[in-house]
Design a protein around this ligand. Structure first.
Ligand code: ADP
Ligand code: 5GP
Length: 203
């Protein structure tokens, strides 16, 4: 890991396994920090405020939008979600690598403002499997699941502008691919300048 403040943006249609993979990635790289988004969506059972999301009222969210407090925000599946500017600024100031699990609309906004960010899209192996995973998760009503499946095609159509595509068929293979991407980013010349300087200053 570089420790130079890399920004990883991960998007996927709901149910593709993004949350699962992001958790695994954070476990794999202890120095990688997950950005905690703000949302107007009600917490699912087991979700904790300040850990999974900052759960806020629609009024609080609109106030933050009006005060320009979001680096990006979007309405996704009927709820609003956003990444606070402060979250990105803190990570950048501390030189910490940060992982954002956000939708394509938000990612497209960051593509314009964060040139150094790495954009990764997670694809499901098939729409049939996507549906199976959404149903198997048992967190959403049939109506919510149908809305997420209806939105999936439009989201998948955005995949070509991302830097990397990972197909989450076998979880272990997908995680391997993701860790390779993060590791490779740490090896970029811009992230190894200090190592070069240290060697040149030896003896
Ligand atoms: P997302 O965050 O993209 O909506 P989740 O991470 O919640 O998706 O995953 C949706 C469901 O699919 C969960 O029940 C999860 O355990 C399961 N899942 C994730 N990855 C795989 C995989 N590679 N194979 C089978 N099931 C998976
Ligand atoms: P869920 O409700 O399943 O947790 O998330 C639904 C969708 O919202 C996912 O595609 C997730 O990536 C996206 N999302 C979560 N946080 C943010 C955010 O801060 N900004 C944007 N634009 N999307 C987000």
């Amino acid at each position: 890991m570089a420790g130079e403040g890399n920004l990883f943006v991960i998007s996927a249609p709901s149910g593709a396994g993004k949350t699962t993979l992001c958790k695994e990635l954070i476990d794999f790289f202890p120095a990688l920090r997950q950005s905690i988004s703000y949302t107007t969506r009600p917490a699912r059972s087991g979700e904790k405020d300040g850990v999974d999301y900052h759960f806020v009222s629609p009024d609080t969210f609109v106030g933050m939008v009006e005060r320009g407090e979001f680096a990006e925000w979007a309405e996704v599946h009927g709820n609003k979600y956003g990444t606070a500017l402060a979250t990105l600024e803190d990570a950048s100031q501390q030189g910490v690598d940060i992982l954002l699990d956000i939708d394509c609309q938000g990612a497209a906004q960051l593509k314009k403002t964060c040139q150094h960010a790495v954009f990764i899209f997670i694809l499901p192996p098939s729409v049939e499997e996507l549906l199976r995973r959404l149903q198997g998760r048992q967190t959403d009503t049939p109506e919510v699941i149908q809305r997420r499946i209806d939105n999936a095609r439009g989201e998948i159509a955005q995949a070509p502008w991302y830097d990397f595509i990972v197909v989450n068929d076998d979880l272990h293979t997908a995680l391997n691919q993701l860790t390779s991407i993060v590791t490779a980013e740490g090896c970029r010349t811009k992230n190894q300048v200090k190592a070069i300087e240290r060697l040149l200053n030896e003896g």
